[in-house]
Write a protein that binds this ligand. Structure first.
Ligand code: NDP
Length: 480
């Protein structure tokens, strides 16, 4: 069985304890590889390597840093099929999705920051021809990057790329549930010629390896994407040590459909925004609000299409709905479907585990599920489920739907469907979310600020915002 290795000081190494954790293939429900169960000793070695590498890397001309990162992006592109197959097997997502979204986006993330650094500016403030202030944006040193399992290589590279481009050295931990593509990335980093210690990838459990990163005194900043409870824990650890923090957390996103929308475009996009990646994207619209005059038409058309969605083998290029990521996660989603029914919800389609045949019989599959008849304040409509489950709720007025949309503790993303331009702007202005998609979903321009409000996070990734996060602005004042 394949054993994943840590990438520390430029080498692939076993965990110091010699201990490993099982890694599951969720499409079959079987163990297929082993992950280092890294602990403080491995993190200490990684941080020490990163510290040693920092003076060299931060003083490497940005053009050279950029060239190495571009080589890494090229290697991701050249290994597209291999990485997509690995991502699909590790996560349960359809290989077609990994091939068209996850892996190309990982390549773009690296390329985007490899080139962004060439345009990263500093300001000067001049006082009456007598005094010049300039801002020196310095890399921070050793930074920690911790990412979740839903878009494994995509979100992992989204963090490490700006950190490395800005001249930092990184100790990163992918989710223990989906470590494979980060491991393959470490092989590619060696091939790309990334100097030893600049990037260290340590695998293991959040509570052990992750905890050792966030509490290490020499890790001066943490960029984290994951659940809100883990984010709160990290904030509690980091605050008294004055570490810089970027937190991208959970969501419970509203999808607001007004009666005047472009129905066909809305319907096909809503299928994606509800169920892409089995609903396991932090940006999925899990609460669908439909204006009452359109409610029945939408419900009939949507249920008809969703009922026909086939759940299948993720490795089959024709599959659109694969497995959810783990048995625990499957059980969590199923428990929320049960809760929804206890809360008075009616399951219109789905609502159950799907058992496929043959080798896939033990896989973690859930039928795409639509529920109606719930209060917008109930737990099903307030808590993040993070699976292929959406609720339908009718509304009459703009004011009413804004109250419902803004009622959760989260504020990551929202989607609004209307042909009325004035209303679109007005709703966008009043909605409590970091991102608003109008008549589209998941249309991403990497230059834009990305992040949430309320319990969906603190700080922004994307564009120059991430380079600002991974640098410290120093004001240098000169009197002439
Ligand atoms: P978790 O919060 O459980 O885990 C995220 C990462 O943190 C994992 O690598 C995990 O390791 C690690 N971790 C767990 N405990 C600690 C700790 N004490 N110290 C340091 N690291 C720790 O999230 P999930 O992996 O379950 O991801 C799903 C969540 O991510 C959802 O809430 C989703 O909304 C959110 N998300 C947010 C996005 C955004 O951009 N806002 C994007 C994508 C997802 P391990 O896996 O080993 O436990």
């Amino acid at each position: 069985m394949e054993r994943i290795q840590n990438y520390i000081n430029g080498e692939l190494v076993a965990p110091q304890s010699g201990m490993y954790i099982d890694n599951y293939d969720p499409s079959r429900g079987v163990v297929y590889s082993a992950i280092p169960d890294s602990d403080e000793a491995d993190i200490n070695a990684a941080v020490a390597a990163a510290k040693r590498a920092f003076p060299g890397w931060s003083n490497t001309p940005y053009t050279e840093r950029s060239a190495i990162m571009q080589r890494l992006a090229d290697l991701i592109r050249d290994n597209l099929n291999r990485l997509a197959a690995a991502e699909s097997k590790d996560n349960g997502k359809p290989v077609s999705l990994a091939r068209t979204v996850d892996i190309p986006r990982a390549e773009s993330n690296i390329r985007f920051y490899a080139t962004a650094i060439m345009h990263f500016e500093s300001k000067a403030h001049i006082m009456e021809n007598r005094v010049i202030n300039y801002t020196h944006k310095k890399p921070l040193g050793v930074v920690g990057c911790i990412s979740p399992w839903n878009l494994p290589l995509y979100l992992f590279t989204w963090k490490i790329a700006p950190a490395l481009a800005a001249g930092n050295c990184v100790v990163a931990k992918p989710s223990e549930i989906t470590p494979m593509t980060a491991y393959l990335l470490s092989e590619l980093a060696i091939e790309a010629g990334l100097p030893a210690g600049v990037l260290n990838i340590v695998h293991g459990l959040g509570g052990r390896a992750g905890q050792a990163i966030i509490s290490h005194k020499d890790v001066v900043a943490i960029s984290f994407t994951g659940g809100t409870a883990t984010g709160a824990h990290i904030a509690r650890e980091a605050a008294p040590k004055f570490k810089k923090l970027s937190l991208e957390l959970g969501g419970k996103n509203p999808n607001i459909i007004f009666a005047d929308c472009d129905f066909d475009k809305m319907l096909s996009t809503t299928l994606r925004s509800s169920f892409a990646n089995q609903g396991q994207i932090c940006l999925c619209g899990s609460r669908i609000f439909i204006q009452d005059t359109l409610y029945d038409r939408f419900k009939d058309a949507f249920v008809e299409k969703v009922a026909r969605m086939k759940v299948g083998d993720p490795s089959d290029p024709a599959t659109k709905m694969g497995a959810v990521v783990s048995e625990d996660h499957m059980n969590k989603i199923l428990s929320y479907i049960k809760l929804a029914q206890e809360e008075g919800g009616k399951v219109l389609t789905g609502g159950h585990r799907v058992h496929l045949e043959g080798e896939l019989a033990g896989g973690y599959y859930i039928a795409p599920t639509i529920i109606e008849g719930l209060e917008y304040t109930c737990r099903t409509n307030q808590e993040e489920i993070f699976g292929p489950v959406v609720t339908l709720t009718p509304f009459k007025t703009e004011e009413e739907v804004l109250t419902m949309a803004n009622s959760t503790p989260y504020g990551l993303a929202s989607t609004v469907w209307t042909q009325d331009l004035t209303r679109a702007h007005r709703v966008a202005a009043h909605i409590e979310s970091g991102i608003v998609w109008i008549n589209c979903w998941l249309l991403r321009d990497l230059r834009t600020p990305f992040g949430g409000v309320k319990q969906s996070g603190v700080g922004r990734e994307g564009g120059f915002e991430a380079l600002e996060f991974f640098t410290e602005a120093q004001n240098v004042c000169i009197e002439l």
